[in-house]
Write a protein that binds this ligand. Structure first.
Ligand SMILES: NC(=O)c1ccc[n+]([C@@H]2O[C@H](COP(=O)([O-])OP(=O)(O)OC[C@H]3O[C@@H](n4cnc5c(N)ncnc54)[C@H](OP(=O)(O)O)[C@@H]3O)[C@@H](O)[C@H]2O)c1
Length: 263
């Protein structure tokens, strides 16, 4: 009797937050999962996701490094499986003034958000192009629309991803591979704590839930849309950002992200 394999979804940064919710959605739609993140908590996430009855393989890997991405790709290919959905979501923020940031900390933001993401997308994307089918979701951010005063490097990485996503999407048109950019606004996850931003206004403000944001991204990816900004406030903010001078946007960002603005 032949065993019918379920389709496969790969989700990075799936141990918590938006990535975990993306993984839950893919599992609920019957996808087997390969999930990856940097800390041992990825195994806890895998155990919970297996309760949905799908096959889940977890990898603890530093996706800021080329070797971490190579390990993830080797794991995927060692199973002889092809990737139907790639959700390149792993990322990290970093608050405070740029001149006061540690070089290792800001390089880690660049290497996780940009280098690791685009390297994984390139490896899996080549296979998808050869098979003439596949869907890629990249987690960018509305932060990519504004200069990130007191979060300068992070916003720059997200501007890169927003732009990269649309460029790759156009390169791949008519290939059967779609690229979608999920652009969340402030979302309730570990993000602000890990970015050392708990003393900022944006960390205290009301936020979207990770499950709502993930659902918007997952649906947009499945429809093959170019991008999705989750939540009406964020949609308004991005529309205004496109007609607002950069200096004003930078000042607005200061009011949200300057240390000590949480009151
Ligand atoms: N929360 C927001 O307000 C917001 C807004 C816009 C965009 N985003 C983006 O959404 C994505 C998910 O973030 P989140 O808000 O869900 O935060 P989160 O709960 O902190 O999740 C981040 C995930 O990325 C993983 N990760 C970070 N660095 C990694 C590395 N070097 N290698 C492997 N995995 C790594 C983390 O795994 P470990 O815990 O194992 O390190 C975790 O699974 C990020 O790309 C973030 O930039 C977030």
């Amino acid at each position: 009797m032949s065993v019918v394999k379920r389709p496969l979804a790969v989700i990075t940064g799936a141990s918590s937050g938006i990535g975990l919710e993306l993984a839950r959605l893919a599992a609920s739609k019957g996808y087997d999962l390969v999930i990856a993140s940097d800390e041992p908590e990825i195994e806890t996430a895998a155990t919970a996701l297996r309760e949905g009855g799908v096959e889940v393989v977890a990898l603890q890997a530093d996706l800021a490094s080329v070797s971490g991405v190579d390990d993830l790709y080797a794991l995927i290919t060692s199973k002889g499986r092809s990737v139907d959905l790639l959700m390149a979501n792993a990322g990290r923020g970093l608050g405070r003034g740029f001149l006061d940031q540690d070089i290792y900390a800001w390089r880690r933001v660049v290497e996780t958000n940009i280098t690791g993401t685009v390297y994984l997308v390139q490896k899996v994307g080549r296979d998808m192009r050869d098979r003439k089918v596949g869907r890629i979701l990249i987690t960018g951010s509305i932060a990519g629309f504004m200069p990130g005063t007191f979060q300068a490097v992070y916003n720059g990485t997200k501007a890169f991803l927003n732009s990269f996503s649309f460029a790759l999407r156009n390169e791949l048109k008519d290939t059967g591979v779609s690229v979608t950019c999920l652009m969340p606004g402030p979302t309730e996850t570990h993000f602000f704590e890990r970015a050392d931003m708990l003393d900022t206004k944006v960390a205290l403000d009301e936020k979207d839930t990770a499950s709502d944001v993930a659902l918007a991204g997952f649906e947009a990816m499945m429809k093959g849309e170019g991008d999705v900004v989750s939540g009406w406030k964020n949609k308004l903010q991005t529309s205004l950002a496109s007609v607002t001078p950069s200096g004003i946007l930078a000042e607005q960002h200061r009011k949200m992200a300057e240390p000590g603005t949480a009151r």
